[in-house]
Design a protein around this ligand. Structure first.
Ligand SMILES: Cc1cc2nc3c(=O)[nH]c(=O)nc-3n(C[C@H](O)[C@H](O)[C@H](O)COP(=O)(O)OP(=O)(O)OC[C@H]3O[C@@H](n4cnc5c(N)ncnc54)[C@H](O)[C@@H]3O)c2cc1C
Length: 338
């Protein structure tokens, strides 16, 4: 490995000994930055029970090295403990940049760490780049209600800390020929917080598909006119084994609950297929769908913004198009497509 100091770090996440997908998304962001700076990319993993095979996967998908502190006492995220472990690593190895995902772990850990190591943090970045000449991290995120994109720098303090929205970047393809160091660092047990204990985790009880993980998402907006009309969206979603999403306008009207909201102030998704019915394509909505592989827009207005971005724009009345689509699916697959 080249530089130990001034490297770019990304924070991997695990649960139950399994690496989360965001760990790989961050590596693709970090790889670009490390290459521009001519430095190493290190994946940091704090947790327990993650196999060597999984750690190697971090190398295959972009990291030059993995520094991991694993111990049963680190199995569950406890902010104070994780911060102390991370702070010790930062002080010892002095990275230039540390990126984390804007998940509940990243959003909790990073502000706490920023305060402890006396540096700045930009949350929820959509773009990251390196400033030519200074090597500073350019951290871009929506500001003032999403009306402008602000680029923020941390010129005087190190490391430069940023969180990045999950699903806003694609992982790099795995290259099993890539080689890298895996440094296993024992836990200094004096860092474990004594006043917080996690007893366990309970799974979310809702039986519906998670928006962020679904391959297909069917969404409705204000064009559906009233809440009851979301019935046809739910039915179509069920036939396609899809999750149900919505625009903020539909959520604000009480037609569907907030966990279904997609966009700047809702969830960011990256499905294989995104089908939007009666959604105009406001910039704040687009912020949540732009990494979707294929976008299908059903809108009565031929000039709707979403039609311009969509791979397939169906100019038509959702109340005709969706029942017709449903009829054909039912005829072909007899209900559930899967
Ligand atoms: C700080 C901030 C954060 C925001 N965050 C989000 C966010 O996270 N997510 C989000 O979605 N928005 C967000 N918004 C709101 C956003 O600006 C838009 O107001 C919202 O996305 C509009 O929702 P919509 O497309 O359902 O409604 P509209 O913009 O009103 O569009 C309705 C569409 O339905 C079409 N239509 C009408 N009748 C039919 C029919 N019969 N068949 C087919 N189409 C039809 C119309 O042509 C129109 O294009 C945010 C705004 C702000 C200021």
């Amino acid at each position: 490995m080249s530089d130990v100091k001034n490297a770019v770090w990304t924070l991997a996440e695990q649960f139950d000994g399994k690496l989360k997908g965001v760990s790989f998304e961050l590596l693709s962001r970090g790889r670009t930055l490390a290459d521009k700076l001519g430095t190493s990319l290190v994946s940091i993993l704090i947790g327990d029970g993650v196999s060597d095979e999984s750690l190697n996967q971090l190398i295959f998908q972009g990291a030059d090295a993995v520094y991991t502190v694993q111990d049963p006492k680190l199995a569950y995220f406890v902010c104070e403990t994780y911060e102390r472990v991370l702070e010790k690593l930062i002080k010892e190895y002095q990275p230039a940049i540390l990126l984390a995902a804007a998940t509940s772990t990243g959003r909790t850990l990073m502000p706490y760490t920023a305060v402890k190591v006396h540096t700045g943090l930009t949350a929820d970045c959509t773009e990251l780049d390196i400033e030519v000449g200074t090597g500073n991290l350019l951290q871009t995120r929506p500001a003032i209600g999403g009306n402008i994109m602000a680029t923020i720098k941390t010129p005087n303090h190190r490391p430069q800390l940023a969180t990045v929205r999950p699903k806003s970047s694609r992982p790099l393809p795995a290259d099993p020929a890539r080689k890298g160091d895996i440094k296993k660092i024992p836990l200094d047990t004096s860092l474990v917080a004594q006043d917080v204990q996690v007893k366990g985790y309970r799974k979310e009880e809702s039986g519906s598909l998670h928006l962020e993980e679904a391959d297909i998402v069917v969404s409705g907006g204000k064009g559906l006119k009233k809440g009851e009309n979301f019935g046809m969206i739910h039915k179509l979603a069920e036939s396609l084994n899809a999750a149900v999403g919505a625009s903020r306008d539909a959520v604000d009207r009480g037609w569907i609950s907030y966990p279904h909201q997609i966009g700047l102030s809702g969830k960011t998704i990256s499905p294989k297929v995104y089908i939007a019915a009666g959604i105009s394509g406001a910039i704040q909505h687009l912020a949540g769908i732009k990494t979707s592989e294929t976008i299908v827009s059903i809108n009565i207005d031929p000039d709707a913004t979403l039609h311009k971005l969509a791979d397939l724009g169906i100019v038509g009345d959702a109340f005709q198009v969706i029942p017709e689509l449903q009829k054909r699916l039912d005829a072909r697959y007899g209900g559930k497509h899967g």
